[in-house]
Design a binder for this molecule. Structure first.
Ligand SMILES: Cc1ncc(COP(=O)(O)O)c(C=O)c1O
Length: 376
């Protein structure tokens, strides 16, 4: 099945649902079994609506199984807990999503779990910090602010040879444009609140990996912490997944055009976009990415306050930190950032990030142009 057909049709079972073209929301906590056992007991463990989303996403990621969570962070923390134990060590890329880094560095410290942050640019760097008790390499490639990348094949081979697990946040690329399990990465996580949902109306997360790992997670990390996806959320996720390929095609086409426009703009100092040859990860991306999505970062040629003043002048970019929806957004992530924060995350001073939505690229470029031209 192609990815398009997985998104539109995998999991269809019209006879099971009275011929309904869209499967119903099983909005119930309990499944009874007085006369017949249908294989479901309680929605915290499994639910037929959620299972369709899980089957689609597992197939898209080329994994054996998937489990949906109430948020991306629910999936990230469950995935990390699957790999770690008391007094173990994790290596994490410093460009990873902030709350994931915080979960590792501050929350898990209380349980004796230690973390070392690396740039992820070379295996030598990882080799230097790995310890006998290292249990997990936590990756995010491309990352969501500067789109830092790790060589997935090399890191997976390195970790496998040492019995270390690998977990990657693949939210930026979506399962359409990168499939880390192909390279031997053990587990993939997505925030479904971004492109998978695509309409800025759900918070959700997904873990994908071996059937054995996902079964354990369903009964341990997901059932015991309880961050399971709600059936209505799953239904909205399914609706989003049906149009994922056409949305991503549009996001990619527009973002490529907007990124090239920004790179040639006199008020822009530097652009970060993995689809541009100027991006440090461009060559690696050509090996492991099948496409590029709608996030672009750039550093305007201006002081902090001037950048802040420019943002409200944009008509089509709302100011907010999320991304991956139908709407265009901007966030001043590196404006006013401290030296320490810039060093520890790799986010350059003055960086702003835009999420290119589904508006026309020409409209967005005209909007960016008029706002940038107000900079002194
Ligand atoms: C790269 C990345 N991973 C994970 C998450 C967490 O997802 P959620 O907000 O669904 O918990 C986010 C949210 O912004 C993100 O940007």
């Amino acid at each position: 099945m192609s990815k398009e057909e997985i998104c539109t049709h995998l999991g269809d079972d019209y006879d099971r649902y009275l011929g309904a073209i869209v499967p119903p929301i099983f909005q119930n906590s309990l499944f009874t079994r007085k006369t017949q056992n249908h294989g479901y007991v309680y929605t915290r463990i499994s639910n037929p609506t959620t299972e369709i989303a899980e089957r689609k996403i597992a197939a898209l990621e080329e994994g054996e199984a998937a489990r949906c969570f109430s948020s991306g962070m629910g999936a990230i923390s469950a995935g990390i807990m699957y790999w770690v134990a008391q007094n173990t060590h994790v290596v994490c890329v410093k460009s990873a999503y902030g709350p994931a880094r915080e979960f590792l560095s501050s929350y898990l410290a209380a349980f004796g779990v230690e973390v070392t942050f690396v740039s992820g640019e070379s295996l030598e760097e990882i080799e230097q910090v790995v310890r006998p008790n290292t249990k997990l390499l936590y990756l995010e490639s491309p990352s969501s602010h500067i789109f830092a990348m790790q060589d997935l094949q090399a890191v997976a081979d390195f970790a496998r040879a040492r019995g270390i697990g690998t977990l990657i946040d693949n939210t930026w690329a979506t399962p359409l444009y990168q499939n880390p399990l192909r390279y031997g990465i053990d587990m993939v996580v997505h925030s479904a609140s971004k492109y998978l949902g695509g309409h800025s109306d759900i918070i959700g997360g997904v873990l994908i990996g071996s059937a054995e790992a996902m079964e354990r997670i369903a009964y341990k990390e997901r059932a015991l912490f309880g961050s399971v996806m709600d059936p209505h959320q799953s239904w909205l996720l399914l609706r989003g997944l049906r149009t994922l390929p056409v949305r991503m095609k549009q996001h990619q086409e527009s973002a490529m055009t907007v990124a090239a426009f920004l790179e040639s703009h006199p008020k822009v100092e530097r652009v970060f976009y993995p689809g541009l040859p100027s991006h440090p990860g461009y060559e690696l991306g050509r090996k492991q990415l099948a496409g590029y999505t709608g996030l672009i970062s750039f550093v305007p040629r201006a002081e902090d306050q001037a950048i802040r003043d420019m943002i409200p002048k944009l008509r089509y970019f709302e100011h907010g930190p999320s991304w991956g929806g139908f709407e265009s957004l901007i966030v001043d992530v590196g404006v006013g950032i401290s030296e320490e924060a810039s060093r520890s995350t790799g986010i350059p001073h003055g960086l702003v990030r835009i999420s290119v939505g589904l508006e026309r690229a020409e409209t967005l470029m005209a909007d960016l142009d008029q706002a940038l031209n107000t900079l002194p």
